[in-house]
Design a protein around this ligand. Structure first.
Ligand code: CO8
Length: 264
């Protein structure tokens, strides 16, 4: 297992070559997991490793009890010029997480602000502790969301609430976030990690090609017309009939036994 400066990477299960969960913990406690360039480099390397690893079927990204992540690192950005930001294409590297092909779960406790909220929204499922707080406070710093907040938050919650959050910079509690569609499930804080692990293990126990195509199909709905999206879904659905796992899943149903998927 690789060592990183700003994150912890673990593998849970998967010793028989499938069904494992990649577990990434943001680990900059003194800065409330603020997202600097090193965090991005570490997460990118970890995701590359987990994408290559056939034993991994899902990934959980989490932070600490106090903060999932309190945003992009303000101290790192504070003195940058326009040209610094433009030439470095600051934050573009986070597309690696949004485009990761296996299912991802954000397990969020405490603050998920600014870039922290945006990173959580890049994940496929967002499970939140009852302590979680979400917000896009960039306006208070004289800037705007820069890692997808104005787009992903708006798609999740609609224009009125997105404007409210982004223009006032206020925090949103977990109940509001669930009602608005940012959060998949709320759990008591002491059950957050177990719940996220259980959900990830459930996903990882499915056929990996089916899970990857399910993710791709849902994500396609944000990028295309209904007709094109339906066509994409149908083609993906048809393609799964080329897998052993489809034969196994349907045979197992008929034979009233659990399926044994082989990701083939
Ligand atoms: N960046 C750097 N350091 C941070 C950050 C951050 N985002 N958040 C917290 N820290 C540091 C604090 O500076 C402090 O360090 P130190 O002890 O050295 O002073 C330490 O973490 C602990 O923080 P606090 O003492 O402030 O802890 P509190 O419990 O009092 O407060 C809060 C917690 C409310 C979360 C508070 O820390 C806070 O408001 N943080 C900033 C939240 C924020 O504004 N996030 C948005 C950042 S910008 C962004 O993410 C969008 C990116 C797009 C920008 C586009 C630019 C082009």
């Amino acid at each position: 297992m690789s060592e990183f400066e700003t994150i912890l990477l673990e593998r849970k299960g998967g010793s028989d070559g499938k069904g494992g969960v990649g577990w990434i913990t943001l680990n900059r406690p003194k800065a409330l997991n603020a997202l600097n360039a090193q965090v991005l480099a570490d997460i990118t390397a970890a995701l590359d490793e987990l994408e290559r690893d056939d034993s991994i079927g899902a990934v959980v990204l989490t932070g600490s009890e106090k903060a999932f992540a309190a945003g992009a690192d303000i101290k790192e950005m504070a003195t940058k010029s326009y040209m610094d930001m433009f030439l470095a294409d600051t934050f573009a590297g986070w597309d690696r997480l949004a485009n990761f092909r296996k299912p991802t779960i954000a397990a969020v406790a405490g603050y998920a602000l600014g870039g922290g909220c945006e990173v959580a929204m890049m994940c496929d499922i967002l499970i939140a502790a009852d302590t979680a707080k979400f917000g896009q406070p960039e306006i208070k710093l004289g800037v705007i969301p820069g890692m997808g907040g104005s787009q992903r938050l708006t798609r999740a919650v609609g224009k009125a609430k997105a404007m409210d959050l982004i223009l006032t910079g206020r925090n949103m509690g977990v109940e509001e976030a669930e009602r608005a569609g940012v959060v998949s499930r709320i759990v008591p804080a002491d059950q957050l990690l177990d719940t996220a692990l259980e959900a990830a293990q459930t996903i990882a126990s499915m056929s990996l090609p089916a899970a990857m195509l399910a993710k791709a199909a849902v994500n396609r709905s944000f990028e295309t017309s209904l007709a094109e999206g339906l066509l994409f879904e149908r083609r993906a659905f048809h393609s799964l009939f080329a897998t052993d796992d489809q034969k196994e899943g349907m045979a197992a149903f008929t034979e009233k036994r659990p399926p044994n998927f082989t990701n083939s």
